[in-house]
Ligand binder design. Sequence first.
Ligand code: URA
Length: 257
Amino acid sequence: MNKKNLLKTIRLAKQTLKDEKFLGYTDIIFSAPKIKKSNKTNAPEPEIPAVPLKETPVPVFKGAKAKKLSEIEAVVKTCRLCRLGDSRIKAVFGEGNPDSKIMFVGEGPGYDEDRQGRPFIGRAGQLLTKIIESIGLKREDVFIANIVKCHPMIDPKNPDLRGNDRPPSKEEMACCMPFLLAQIDIIKPKVIVTLGNSSTSTLLETTETISKIRGKFHTFHKTPLMPTYHPSALLRNPALKIDVWNDMKLLKKELGL
Ligand code: URA
């Protein structure tokens, strides 16, 4: 093999190992197992163990942007604009670097987030942290927010029940939208990544499903927006990981990371 071909083979091998690491393989796989792809979103959530707080330290930031964000956070914490405010334990404003180039926008807090007042802290959050690390960043380098700031529950009288989650309604998302818009306006990210159908359909004002519109950049108020699968969807269907990995590669390219 000549030097050029050898270098090409090494590059390819490196990329393959990176891809496989992202997909969760810890051994070298010579032929990947075939996993059936499905976009089912109504499969039951796996049991979610509580995440020890110390594993995800709270990032603290100072400066003008952080101050502006904390002013809005104070409003969110006492917000009663929609009924989610009646049943929440803690509002979840979002957290991260106010100067981040990337803003991740999820759907809404779940059981763990409602208790800790922090976004993406449960099992889906652990996976999101891994996704962020796969592009060479740390969780505290980016800003993580949600389309609604309070936990949407199927039975609001039962906040102590795990699995009591539902997607936010259109009205709830519309009520909370000014907070997200203010966050985007302050942070001014270079790229927004929407996670799942709720945040994607709301920001892009589309009824297209995530599987149809992911894989390329769209625009939200002149900011490039990359829709990708929600980490919970990856927990239910690991075969979707490859699509998220490909989306993250496009994101890295866009940001020159
Ligand atoms: N799912 C979300 O969409 N957001 C969170 O903060 C946690 C889980």
